[in-house]
Design a protein around this ligand. Structure first.
Ligand SMILES: C[S@@+](CC[C@H](N)C(=O)[O-])C[C@H]1O[C@@H](n2cnc3c(N)ncnc32)[C@H](O)[C@@H]1O
Length: 240
């Protein structure tokens, strides 16, 4: 991982509160596709404030949450006091070998060390267990969403490449789901502020971007806010 990526990956702790208030959750159909219909022992890795963890608990799974950021876990524990939430990383998971049926990773697999994380995830999965990856990506097919995401970071990828996993992972299956989120003006500004790319900008540059985004909101939102569209990209692979 480059130093820039490390800085971006570590940026979430500073924006944990805004992140929790403004980032979208995940469609229930996507969660069911990733984990299966029956309750399991699930590790939500890079759980952050618990956006996906909440849906996993609601689906009846026995969930343990792991994330390197204590500020993110503070939000998770407040929302989900019954969940075992531990500090740890994808490269050093604080769990026993073969103790987990499903590992989920939402919006975070790209932050992991590509050499160290897959064997560590395979270690905690029981044989026949599953790894499920999910990303909510901006739907940039309308003029205003295209303008918004270009303003935030013109270089940010708009789709997700199928991740490559070594053995003992089997070939990945993929599926997309549509999703959306209602936002008011503060919600949109918070969503933008919590992007890792924006969180590390110099204050003056961040302020200029937020003025632009506020003006865009005023142009496109109705009196009851706006609907932000997403495409939810999902991947799953069993461990042999
Ligand atoms: C965009 S947030 C996603 C949080 C949550 N899964 C969600 O969907 O809202 C990315 C998370 O990845 C975590 N993270 C960054 N590097 C990590 C690593 N090497 N291992 C585990 N988690 C990591 C960050 O602390 C942050 O909570």
């Amino acid at each position: 991982m480059t130093d820039d990526n490390r800085l971006l990956a570590a940026s979430f702790g500073g924006v944990a509160g805004i992140y929790e208030r403004t980032r979208p959750d995940y469609p229930a159909a996507a969660v069911a596709w990733l984990t299966g219909e029956h309750p399991r022992r699930v590790l939500d890795l890079a759980a952050g404030t618990g956006k996906l963890t909440r849906s996993l608990v609601a689906a009846g799974h026995d969930v343990v949450a792991v994330d390197p950021s204590e500020p993110m876990l503070v939000q998770l524990r407040a929302a989900l006091p019954g969940v075992d939430a531990r500090v740890g990383s994808a490269e050093a998971v604080p769990l026993a070998d073969a103790s987990i049926d499903v590992v989920t990773v939402a919006q975070a697999f790209h932050w992991f060390d590509p050499a160290a994380a897959p064997p560590e995830i395979a270690r905690v999965l029981r044989p026949g267990g599953r790894l499920g990856l999910v990303w909510n990506m901006p739907d940039t097919s309308t003029p205003w969403t295209d303008e918004l995401w270009r303003a935030i970071n013109a270089n940010e990828p708009r789709t997700v490449e199928r991740p490559e996993l070594p053995e003992p992972f089997e070939p990945m299956e993929s599926r997309t789901f549509t999703h959306s989120q209602r936002l008011d003006r503060d919600g949109l500004l918070g969503l933008v502020s919590s992007r890792s790319y924006v969180a590390v900008l110099a204050p003056a540059e961040r302020d200029r971007l937020l003025v632009r985004v506020g003006a865009l909101y005023d142009r496109v939102a109705g009196t009851d806010g706006l609907t932000m569209p997403y495409v939810t990209h999902c991947f799953r692979s069993n461990r042999s």
